[in-house]
Design a protein around this ligand. Structure first.
Ligand code: DQA
Length: 140
C-alpha cells in the first residue's frame, strides 16, 4: 500500500509554531516514527505553503496512490480549488487536523475539504495522521 501525506501552509513550522496548540514535535521527526511503525506502507510526504503547489501534488499523488492524508491547514477554510481537486482525483482523501478546529474560532468551522473527503480525523494531535493510516489499512 502507498499513501501520501500532504501538509499545507505553516505546518513546516510544527515544533515551534504555537506549541500549546500544535505540540512541540517537528513533522519530520513524527514522519520518521510513522515510517518505522508502518514498514508495510510506502509513505510519501509533501508540504507547501503555496496553494497551487498543493493542488499539483494532489493531482500527482491522486492517480498513483491508494490514499492521501491531507492537512490543508488554513487553506481548508478558504480553498475552493483544493475542494474541487479532491473531487477530480481517484485516490480517497482523509482530511486531517491536529487541533480540534470546532473548538476554535468560527472561521475554522468551515471546510472546503470535508464535502469531498472520505472522512475527517481532527483533534488528536499528530496522532490524527496515524489514525488515518490505520483506517486505510483496515480497508486494504
Ligand atoms: C490545522 C487547523 C487550521 O485551522 C490551521 O489553519 C492550521 C492547522 C490543524 O491541523 O489543526 O494551520 O489544520
Amino acid at each position: 500500500m502507498n499513501l501520501a501525506i500532504v501538509n499545507g501552509p505553516n505546518l513546516n513550522l510544527l515544533g515551534t509554531r504555537e506549541p500549546g496548540i500544535y505540540g512541540a514535535e517537528t513533522f519530520e521527526s513524527y514522519f520518521e516514527k510513522l515510517k518505522e511503525a508502518y514498514p508495510q506502507v510506502q509513505l510519501s510526504y509533501f508540504q507547501s505553503n503555496v496553494e497551487g503547489e498543493l493542488i499539483d501534488a494532489l493531482q500527482d499523488f491522486g492517480f498513483r496512490m491508494h490514499g492521501i492524508l491531507l492537512n490543508a491547514a488554513a487553506y481548508t477554510h478558504t480553498s475552493v480549488g483544493l475542494g474541487d481537486c479532491i473531487k477530480a482525483i481517484d485516490a480517497p482523501v482523509i482530511e486531517i487536523h491536529i487541533s480540534n478546529t470546532f473548538a476554535r474560532e468560527d472561521f475554522r468551522h468551515k471546510s472546503f475539504i470535508t464535502p469531498a473527503a472520505k472522512g475527517l480525523i481532527i483533534g488528536f494531535g499528530l496522532d490524527s495522521y496515524r489514525l488515518a493510516i490505520e483506517s486505510f489499512l483496515k480497508e486494504a
